[in-house]
Design a protein around this ligand. Structure first.
Ligand code: 5GP
Length: 221
C-alpha cells in the first residue's frame, strides 16, 4: 500500500510523496459529515472513500455518492473475495471500505478521506499504520449532540435515542486516535482538521522524493 507518485501533475510540481489516509471518526451528530464535505470541496488532492453498506438508503442519499448500497448477500461476497480493506457491524448494519478505489487513489498520489468507526480505524491501523492519520471528532456536549441529531430530522425518535446511547461507546475510543478535535464551531474545527492534514502531508517519512530533491539542491540545481 505504500505507493508513491512520480506524476508531476499529481505532485503539483512538488516533491513526490506517498498518498495518505486521513480517518475521521466520531459519534453520529458530532459534525463529521459536514467537515468531510467541506474538506473535500476545497481540497482537490483529497478523495473520499465511499463505503459499501447494507443499511437502507436515507432520504436524499445517493447510491455511489454517499454510500454504495448493497444487499447483505452481496456484502458477504465482497468480504469473501477480500474486496474490502476493513468491515464492521455498526448499528445492526454492515459497513465496509472497498479496497480498489483506495489503492488506486494512493498510487496516483492522492490522499484518501475515510468516515469510518473505531473498529474500521483499528483494522486499517493494523494493516497500514504508516499511511494512516486518525482524527476523532468530539461534540462540545451531550446536549448539543442530541440537539444536532434531532435537528437532522432524518432519523426516527427511536433511532435518535439509539444513536445517543451508542455515542458513549463510540466516544470511549478517543484515546486510540492520533488527534482529537472538539467541534464547538465548525469553521474552527475545519481549520484544525486542515492543519492536521497539512502537517501529515509534510511528514518527512511521507515525502519519498526528499532525498532526490536535496541531492539536486546540493548539486546546485
Ligand atoms: P451512518 O449509518 O450514520 O451513515 O454511519 C454509521 C457509522 O458507520 C458512522 O460512525 C460511520 O463512520 C460508520 N461507517 C461508515 N462507513 C464505514 C465503513 O466502511 N467501515 C466502518 N468500520 N464504519 C463505517
Amino acid at each position: 500500500m505504500n505507493k508513491q507518485t512520480s506524476d508531476p501533475a499529481a505532485m503539483g510540481g512538488q516533491i513526490s510523496r506517498r498518498g495518505l489516509m486521513l480517518v475521521l471518526s466520531s459519534p453520529s451528530g458530532a459534525g463529521k459529515t459536514t467537515l468531510s464535505r467541506r474538506l473535500l470541496a476545497e481540497d482537490p488532492g483529497l478523495t473520499m472513500s465511499i463505503s459499501v453498506t447494507t443499511r437502507p438508503k436515507r432520504p436524499g442519499e445517493r447510491d455511489g455518492v454517499d454510500y454504495i448500497f448493497v444487499e447483505p448477500v452481496d456484502f458477504d461476497l465482497m468480504v469473501n473475495r477480500r474486496q474490502l480493506l476493513e468491515h464492521a457491524k455498526v448499528f445492526d448494519h454492515y459497513y465496509g471500505t472497498p479496497a480498489e478505489p483506495v489503492e488506486n487513489a494512493l498510487s496516483a498520489g492522492r490522499d484518501v478521506l475515510f468516515d469510518i468507526d473505531w473498529q474500521g480505524t483499528q483494522d486499517l491501523k493494523e494493516e497500514m499504520r504508516d499511511d494512516l492519520a486518525s482524527v476523532f471528532i468530539l461534540p462540545p456536549s451531550t446536549r448539543e449532540l442530541e440537539r444536532r441529531l434531532k435537528s437532522r430530522a432524518r432519523d426516527s425518535d427511536e433511532e435518535v435515542a439509539r444513536r445517543m446511547s451508542k455515542a458513549a461507546d463510540e466516544i470511549s475510543h478517543w484515546p486510540e486516535y492520533d488527534y482529537v478535535v472538539v467541534n464547538h464551531d465548525v469553521d474552527v474545527a475545519l481549520d484544525q482538521v486542515r492543519a492536521i492534514l497539512t502537517a501529515e502531508r509534510l511528514k518527512r517519512a511521507r515525502q519519498a522524493g526528499l532525498g532526490d530533491f536535496v541531492k539536486r539542491l546540493r548539486d546546485g540545481q
